[in-house]
Design a protein. Structure first.
Length: 188
């Protein structure tokens, strides 16, 4: 199948990580090795998928799937490829440039790691809504929260610091005890 797909041109490939005829992870790696410009790849994960299985995917789609989550995964995978959707999103004075994986804060570029960028964008897109630790970990890391892990907390602290998500800047990124985090846009 990888050989047949290597000669085809398409923008997005969406596949299960554990496909019946061919493992989606293997197919993803084969296509990346055989095509100079492979399609954006969305890997569909079920609850029993190993933790780091989706590392090479452009976007992860976790079970249960909905129309909105599928659309979001495709938008994330194709960001910066000229396939669809804007490469920039603005939230107040913050401009997210998905192609460069950076945020403009009052016109000044702030470089973030890929995970910090995905985390910050998730918070912005869900401002005013409490997100559970499990929901955040699944969306950004492709796996649920692991008790005792401080990965999420460390990344949240970096995002808060680098993007100046403080009340004096019009934002409040706070923890929700026993649940997760919430980003609020404050009125001027």
């Amino acid at each position: 199948m990888a050989e047949a797909l290597a000669h085809e041109h398409f923008d997005v490939l969406m596949m299960r990580w554990d496909g019946q005829d061919l493992c989606g992870v293997a197919l993803m790696h084969r296509l990346r090795g055989r095509q100079a410009n492979p399609p954006a790849m969305v890997l569909m994960l079920s609850a029993d998928a190993p933790g780091a299985i989706g590392e090479g995917a452009d976007a992860l789609l976790t079970d249960p799937w909905s129309d909105a989550s599928i659309e979001q995964a495709i938008a994330d995978a194709t960001a910066g490829r000229g396939v669809q959707g804007a490469a920039r999103e603005q939230f107040g004075k913050l401009i997210f440039d998905r192609a460069a994986c950076q945020v403009l804060v009052r016109g000044h570029p702030v470089l973030l790691t890929a995970k910090e960028f995905a985390l910050a964008l998730l918070f912005m897109r869900n401002a005013g809504q409490a997100l559970s630790r499990d929901q955040i970990m699944t969306s950004v890391w492709g796996r649920g929260d692991q008790p005792g892990s401080r990965t999420l907390d460390a990344h949240v602290a970096q995002v808060r610091k680098r993007l100046a998500l403080r009340p004096d800047q019009g934002w409040r990124l706070s923890s929700v005890y026993g649940f997760g985090y919430r980003l609020d846009k404050l009125e001027a």
